[in-house]
Design a protein around this ligand. Structure first.
Ligand SMILES: Cc1cc2nc3c(=O)[nH]c(=O)nc-3n(C[C@H](O)[C@H](O)[C@H](O)COP(=O)(O)OP(=O)(O)OC[C@H]3O[C@@H](n4cnc5c(N)ncnc54)[C@H](O)[C@@H]3O)c2cc1C
Length: 414
């Protein structure tokens, strides 16, 4: 039995604790906050094997530049001369090509499918009622251009063995008769699923506590003690935590925490917004992605979560209501009878996607600190990839062969 300290109590940290505690290890999770508002709580709850294309892909640079001049656009890079942004941007440009997309597809698919399967097993455990639904996701498009882009994806998805169907508007309408549509059609990614992230995170915390995992909110890891090529201890809330092994799962805060350990984790926070509204009459039953607008719509219990935007740059707590308006105004353009009131700023949640420059997560041992695993950088897919990451990290820490080849996800690749 080993003592393991996990820094960060998001979906990645808690999933890692889940698999390690099932193997009988003594696990402590340190988090700087309350563990109730991190990125893993407010996301769109989609489990997406269909997202096998990383953010770093052809076309994203030109789209990003165009969107930078529109205050309501779904994607924005905050210009700055910071070393982090420039370094990240150069790596992003290096990877935004067809070869990278091709190489990333199978590893991302495998990680996602493994997670999907692990969520299904988790949901069968008593106390794990987090609204897991296997209804797929509908990616709606209004324009020929987006239809064409989706058709390319469908071809690649079919080659990857993923289950989906291309639907015309009437076929889409038949799936949710109460929802008026103004679209050309949609791809129904039947391989995808969705859940309620708040219910999931609460269930995970309750389960872990009951299994004897020590979860310590308001314990920010502020000082790291290293020596002999290992991380020996972490100081948080005035206490020193020693362990045999450590996991760095601090999401978008990872670059700063890693720096204190003397290692490099090149991530940028990708800020996004979400808010909830009632799902009156259960009008939305299947989650939707609005392709052109990049908005996510997910039914969660008796409500709907609307989410979107990606603002890359320094963290800041300001809610940009222009971008929230961009989300709200897109909805009736696709669904004329889905009435969504503009939320007040206080109703809007924001979170930071830990975005790596090549769009793949970082999962693996640090070269510099032999007893440290880096598990972060999941970007837009952290909810989806959390359990697989947790399982693979626990396999690495316990000397087992990981179920998936982790070399594409090496934290040392940059
Ligand atoms: C609007 C939006 C919609 C999204 N929708 C989806 C979706 O549908 N599907 C999907 O797969 N993904 C989605 N995502 C992405 C997903 O939410 C993230 O990738 C995921 O939550 C990241 O999890 P994490 O555990 O790495 O980080 P986090 O959840 O951010 O957790 C990191 C934790 O580390 C803690 N921490 C930081 N520094 C320290 C320190 N020094 N000491 C101790 N603790 C520390 C933080 O307090 C935090 O609790 C979405 C994101 C956004 C913003």
């Amino acid at each position: 039995m080993s003592d393991i300290v996990i820094i960060g109590g998001g979906i990645v940290g808690l999933s890692t604790a889940y698999y390690l505690s099932n193997e009988g290890h003594r696990v402590t999770v340190l988090d700087k906050g309350e563990i109730s508002g991190n990125c893993s709580y407010g996301n769109a709850g989609m489990i997406v094997p269909s997202h096998f294309v990383p953010l770093a892909s052809p076309g994203m640079i030109s789209k990003g530049i165009r969107w930078m001049f529109n205050s309501k656009s779904p994607f924005y890079v905050r210009p700055s001369f910071s070393r982090e942004l420039i370094g990240w941007g150069l790596q992003f440009i290096k990877h935004a090509n067809a070869r990278h997309v091709k190489e990333a597809a199978i590893p991302l698919r495998d990680l996602s499918l493994l997670s999907h399967q692990l969520y299904t097993s988790m949901a069968e455990k008593p106390g794990f009622n987090f609204g897991l639904q296997h209804r797929g996701i509908l990616a709606f498009y209004k324009t020929e251009k987006a239809a064409e882009e989706e058709a390319h994806l469908v071809k690649d998805a079919a080659a990857l063995g993923l289950d989906m169907a291309v639907l015309n508007a009437a076929e889409c309408k038949a799936l949710q008769p109460g929802l008026e549509l103004n679209v050309l059609g949609a791809v129904h990614y039947r391989c995808d699923a969705h859940l309620s992230p708040m219910a999931l995170m609460d269930a995970l915390q309750a389960y872990l506590r009951q299994k004897g995992v020590t979860i310590l909110p308001n314990h920010e890891a502020v000082r790291m003690v290293t020596g002999n090529g290992t991380l020996q201890a972490v100081e948080a809330n005035g206490q020193i935590f020693r362990a045999d092994q450590f996991v760095l799962a601090t999401g978008s805060w990872s670059p700063g925490v890693a720096r204190k350990m003397g290692i490099k984790v090149p991530l940028l926070p990708g800020k996004g917004y979400s808010f909830m509204r009632p799902n009156t009459g259960g009008i939305v039953q299947i989650p939707a992605l609005l392709c052109e607008a990049r908005v996510a719509i997910t039914p969660m219990q008796d409500r709907i979560r609307y989410g979107g935007t990606m603002e890359l740059g320094r963290m800041n707590e300001k809610v940009n209501m222009n971008r929230v308006e961009g989300i709200v105004s897109a909805i009736p353009e696709y669904f004329p009878n889905l009435e969504v009131q503009m939320p007040a700023a206080s109703e809007v949640w924001h979170g930071y996607r830990p975005s790596s420059p090549d769009g793949l997560p970082m999962i693996g041992f640090s070269n510099k600190l032999k007893n440290l695993i880096v598990a972060t950088g999941h970007g837009m897919m952290g909810l989806s990839l959390g359990p697989a990451t947790g399982l693979l990290v626990s396999q690495l820490l316990t000397g087992q062969k990981p179920d998936i080849n982790l070399s594409p996800f090496s934290p040392e690749r940059f």
